[in-house]
Design a protein around this ligand. Structure first.
Ligand SMILES: [Zn+2]
Length: 1119
């Protein structure tokens, strides 16, 4: 729908909109002369002594002695702290650190140092090869033309100085992960929803039952759930929880004997007046009972059930007798440790099962498209594969709400305590079957908007007076229709061209923005990517620098493109750094790249403009040469100290000088302790956990990074950070800029090429290729009556309404909370409009609009009937994870528990049919709220196990902040898939089982994934044939524990399991490294941490215990 470019008459609506006035403010830069000189180098006055002598780091120093490597780089066992070593990074990197590059007049020819020309040596990629011969070194020296430079190191550099390596030699040296072949023309992997459809039930959403009341088995006649794993009698819940979000390296501590850690539920102590609650009743799950009605597709055994019998494990027991509601009188409850009293009395199968809810939704709603024409429709769950047809409301891939029916009044909302929030993913990627939003071009007049509230034209605007005016659906203002937009109305009052115009018929679409929407009233230049590579000792020694440079040579061909463009419009630049920065001139006319060193990190500037940001295809030869040479130049570096803030500053200044937005890709290894702005100290202190000062662990240790982030946002400079720490690096501080600029953080603890390259390269490829909107501003408008009051995600806000994003990719969400400021109308409902102004990868300024209409209710029951628990949990987790920045973690946890209890108590009081006061009754749509909330409470941020590092917690905290609903769903409640229970030939994913040790059969093999971690658990009694087929060894004992790659074997089981692993990885935005865990092996402790229905050793309650606790809280509120 790229309408023509013909300019319509003078637009009455095309004025610059107040919303984006920020762009015209001086803070957005662009003032000539100050920081962005109008002519290159104009601002860089002064002499440049010493500049022409700029030595190359790594070669300009005396040969290293044979003494031990610098202490701070000594191989600290991963997970063990060796902080004392930080102070010793005093090994100088030769003269470069003392040659202060001065600012110089523009005419100065820079005396750039050409990099070492490539000398013959057949293979570059022999990381551990022999040292070069002296002849080679001489040749290299001759080629480098460095005056005054000391001879290069004669120690084994292990690297030849060969010709530029071809891609072929690269793949020969590094095991090819096979991902190259699958680069889908700049596209990203398919969304999980792109998978085939499951289920056969029609999508008709028959009025869902209101509640899961835990009625007794006699009256309810619950269906026996088909649980797939026999119990493992006597299996303890021992073992501390060990969570290593991205690596597993710490030896798990000794398991405690089962039963020694019978702790109660988490959270606040039982309220004081709660001691004698008669008739405590917890009853079987309504989800299996009559409330749902007959479910033809579940109830019976899962597909493949007949093969259960072949498993050598103990026979599958029938679920034990249901809980007798009267069997748990309250006094006993308060006398016994909760674990004991509940474990023997409450049948886990009788409480709401996430697996069952997911299966039901797949069966009921997965087979037909979700059509968005009806207001207030609750979409299928995120775990259901379904297609979306846009008929006037935004797809749930773009917006999901905690409730699709919101209370008319603030009083009702306060009573229910259900947060009203939308999780918005403005640039979400769609499955290939669904069309991307149409781009509408209104020419010079720009998009049509309401004069008063500035809402954009959308299907809910009402045309009146024969089409000459329209009434705004948000603020009711009557606006004139500009002549060029006029159209007649049909007999229903609808414009006759409504279906020809995306903005009148669809929930999501884009407008081409006019120059009024651009910074400084100038259309933007295409964005740039700057790769900034840490070349300190750790980065070089781990193999990172070499791996990365090799990868970039080919990855640069896959920069994001728009539409059918032959090549990407994005320009690239390169910087390396340790405690000084090295810029590279890679201008296409150069024979060799040139390096310029800036050692004045306190006052960062960019020493070159022309030749720093280049087009990849034009400068390919120079870039390739540079990437070949970087690993050689720094091969012998002894520099262990790094700077960090100056690196970001430099990248941002470079973009500013080039007058474009862009992204910095930072590859960083250590705590930046070198003397420079943003210098950090090691302040990790685990003793602060569970104290009032715990929050400081999550706060940045200096405000410098916030200030820097603000400057980055003003420039549209998004920062993606790849961390490779061997010890504490203060993720909480280093991630401030990525977080505030809409960037991503990746963390590879104890990175080693052999073990981690696949994960890193996979993440890197995806990150570099993904489509990004730059220099973005997002605004959410709502109907009068509610307004957006709070925002969560990776962005910056300088006022209360505009979400500023230096960059926004298709994985990031912004969560918006709404509050009433007036009364809503049941008849007109409530409307949301999310408008995102951004610069596309090709440099086009666009507006993406998403509209969503919600129902409004005067009955609380309607609210509870139209909630979405997954979204609720997403919001609550983000709320809590932000809360730990300011409040003690215990307070945050208590707040969550109280809120959950209030939500459920309000339902019980106002919506549930009268029943015994002792019954726990949950709304049907919220019956998983307790189990999921318990998972949030037990998560590493809110209740860390002994092995969870401060950096891990900070890392997870900021990851969750941007997660969409599908990601938080699986992150908090991992998927556990039995692999040998369904027939091998079955093409579909095996049905999951509940995340509890009781569901594991020791005769089976399971995959567990949570979006970040992937485990393959092998039962001790698994059949020998299975072991042989998967691992190519003859017995369980020969399986290597901790294995991360399955052998490629030509048999159906091996193919199926490896295929499944690939498919799970393809569904997630980050590569999940596989860890093979054997039953009873010490690594099993790690795995058990993810069995979230069980009690955890860090104090997290089991599901059953937490449900009892929640019931008690609710009863408190009701009494
Ligand atoms: Zn309006």
């Amino acid at each position: 729908m790229n309408v023509n470019q013909s300019a319509p008459p003078v637009p009455p609506f095309g004025q610059p909109q107040p919303v984006y006035t920020g762009y015209h403010q001086s803070s957005y830069g662009g003032q000539p002369g100050s920081t962005a000189p109008p002519t290159p180098y104009g601002a860089y006055n002064g002499p440049v002594p010493g500049y022409q002598q700029t030595p190359l780091p790594g070669v300009s120093r005396a040969p290293p002695s044979s003494e031990a490597p610098p202490a701070s780089t000594a191989q600290a066992p991963c997970g063990q702290v060796a902080y004392g070593q930080f102070g010793q990074g005093d090994v100088q990197n030769g003269p470069s650190s003392t040659v202060q590059m001065q600012r110089f007049p523009g005419s100065q020819p820079f005396g750039s140092v050409p990099l070492a020309p490539v000398v013959s040596q057949p293979t570059v990629l022999q990381p551990y090869g022999p040292p070069p011969t002296s002849a080679q070194v001489t040749a290299q020296l001759a080629g480098m033309q460095i005056s005054g430079a000391v001879a290069p190191a004669l120690t084994p550099v292990g690297l030849g100085y060969g010709p530029p390596t071809s891609l072929a030699s690269a793949s020969g040296s590094f095991p090819n992960s096979g991902l190259y072949g699958s680069y889908p023309q700049g596209q990203t992997p398919p969304l999980s929803q792109a998978q085939g459809h499951l289920g056969t039930q029609p999508p008709q959403r028959s009025a869902p039952p209101q509640a899961s009341s835990f009625t007794s088995p006699a009256s309810g006649g619950p269906r026996m759930p088909s649980m797939t794993g026999p119990l493992l009698p006597g299996q303890g819940f021992g073992g501390p929880s060990v969570s290593q979000p991205n690596h597993v390296s710490s030896p798990p501590p000794q398991a405690l004997p089962p039963g020694t850690q019978m702790t109660g539920p988490p959270g606040p102590p039982p309220p004081m007046h709660s001691s004698q609650q008669p008739g405590y009743q917890l009853q079987p799950n309504g989800s299996f009972g009559p409330a749902r009605g007959p479910q033809p597709n579940y109830g019976s055994p899962y597909p493949g059930a007949p093969t259960f019998g072949s498993q050598p494990g103990p026979p599958q027991p029938l679920p034990p007798k249901r809980l007798d509601p009267d069997a748990i009188p309250s006094p006993q409850l308060n006398e016994l440790p909760p674990q004991q009293k509940t474990r023997h009395r409450i049948d886990p199968d009788a409480i709401p099962s996430p697996i069952q809810v997911i299966e039901d939704d797949r069966n009921n709603r997965g087979s037909e498209p979700f059509v968005t024409g009806v207001r207030g429709q609750v979409p299928p769950l995120v775990t259901t594969n379904f297609l979306v047809k846009d008929q006037g409301n935004a797809s749930p891939r773009y917006i999901r709400c905690t409730s699709y029916n919101i209370p008319c009044t603030s009083d009702m909302a306060k009573q229910a305590q259900v947060p009203l929030a939308a999780v918005i993913k403005p640039l979400a990627r769609l499955p290939p079957e669904e069309a991307s939003p149409y781009v509408v071009d209104h020419g010079e007049s720009g998009p049509l908007r309401c004069n008063r509230c500035k809402a954009y034209m959308c299907p809910f605007m009402q045309f009146v007076e024969g089409g000459r005016r329209f009434q705004c659906c948000f603020c009711s203002c009557i606006n004139d229709v500009p002549p060029q937009y006029f159209q007649h109305l049909d007999h229903t009052g609808k414009r006759v061209d409504a279906y020809d115009r995306p903005e009148l018929s669809l929930g999501s679409y884009e407008f081409l923005a006019t120059v009024d929407y651009c910074k400084n009233n100038k259309f933007p230049s295409p964005p740039a990517f700057i790769f900034m590579i840490d070349v300190s000792y750790n980065a070089v020694r781990s193999g990172l620098v070499r791996l990365l440079c090799e990868e970039l040579k080919s990855l640069l061909d896959f920069l994001p493109r728009e539409g059918g463009a032959e090549e990407s419009a994005i320009r690239v630049g390169f910087v390396t750094y340790n405690k000084v920065l090295h810029f590279y001139n890679v201008k296409s006319s150069l024979a060799q790249p040139q390096m310029m060193v800036v050692s004045d990190v306190a006052d960062m500037f960019v020493p070159l403009l022309d030749g720093f940001l280049v087009n990849v295809s034009e400068s390919r030869a120079v870039i390739t040469s540079l990437l070949d040479q970087i690993p050689e130049m720094f091969a012998d570096t002894r520099e262990t100290e790094t700077v960090f803030a100056p690196v970001i500053q430099a990248g941002m200044e470079a973009l500013k000088a080039a007058e474009c937005a862009g992204k910095l890709f930072l590859f960083h290894t250590s705590l930046p302790i070198a003397e420079a702005p943003g210098k950090l100290k090691n302040r990790d202190d685990r003793k602060l956990i569970n104290t009032d000062k715990e929050k400081t662990l999550f706060q940045p240790q200096t405000g410098a990074y916030q200030t820097l982030a603000k400057e980055c946002v003003a420039q549209g400079c998004c920062v993606d950070l790849f961390l490779f720490p061997n010890q504490y690096v203060d993720v909480a501080t280093l991630s401030v800029v990525p977080q505030l600029t809409g960037g991503s953080v990746y963390k590879y603890a104890c990175f080693q090429v052999e073990n981690d390259q696949e994960r890193f390269l996979s993440d890197l490829r995806r990150d570099v290729q993904k489509v990004v909107g730059f220099d973005a501003v997002m605004r959410v408008r709502t109907s009068t009556g509610i307004r957006a009051v709070d925002f969560f995600g990776a962005f910056y806000m300088s006022n209360t309404t505009d979400v500023e994003l230096a960059g926004l990719d298709g994985d990031k969400t912004v969560t918006v909370e709404f509050k009433h400021d007036d009364r809503l109308n049941e008849e007109s409902g409530a409307l949301l409009q999310c408008a995102l102004l951004y610069t596309s990868c090709a440099g086009q300024r666009r507006l993406r609009i998403h509209n969503l209409a919600l129902n409004c209710c005067t009955q609380l029951a309607d609210l509870y009937r139209n909630c979405e628990t997954d979204t609720l949990i997403n919001y609550m987790a983000k709320f809590a994870y932000r809360g730990v920045l300011n409040s003690p973690v215990k307070t945050v946890r208590d707040t969550l528990i109280t809120q959950c209890a209030q939500i459920l108590a309000c339902y019980r009081k106002n919506c549930a049919s009268p029943s015994s006061a002792g019954q726990l009754i949950l709304p049907e749509c919220m019956k998983l709220l307790p189990v999921y909330l318990n998972c949030v409470l037990k998560s590493d941020v809110l209740q860390p196990g002994a092995e969870v590092t401060t950096d891990d917690r900070a890392y997870v905290r900021q990851l969750v902040t941007s997660m969409d609903v599908a990601e938080t769903n699986v992150f908090f409640y991992p998927r556990l898939l039995p692999l040998t229970k369904s027939p091998i030939e079955s093409a579909t994913e095996p049905p999951a089982v509940r995340a509890s040790e009781e569901r594991l059969s020791n005769g089976d093999i399971y995959l567990l994934e949570n979006g970040l971690n992937l485990f393959l658990w092998v039962g001790a009694s698994v059949q020998q044939g299975v072991v042989q087929s998967l691992f190519s060894v003859s017995s369980f004992s020969q399986i290597t524990s901790g294995l991360s790659v399955l052998p490629v074997l030509d048999n159906p089981l091996s193919k199926k399991v490896r295929g499944l692993i690939d498919s799970l990885r393809a569904q997630r935005s980050r590569y999940m490294k596989l860890i093979v865990v054997k039953q009873e092996d010490k690594l099993e402790m790690l795995f058990k941490h993810f069995l979230v229905e069980d009690k955890s050793l860090s104090g997290g309650a089991s599901y059953v215990d937490f449900l009892c606790h929640m019931h008690k809280e609710i009863r408190q509120l009701l009494s």
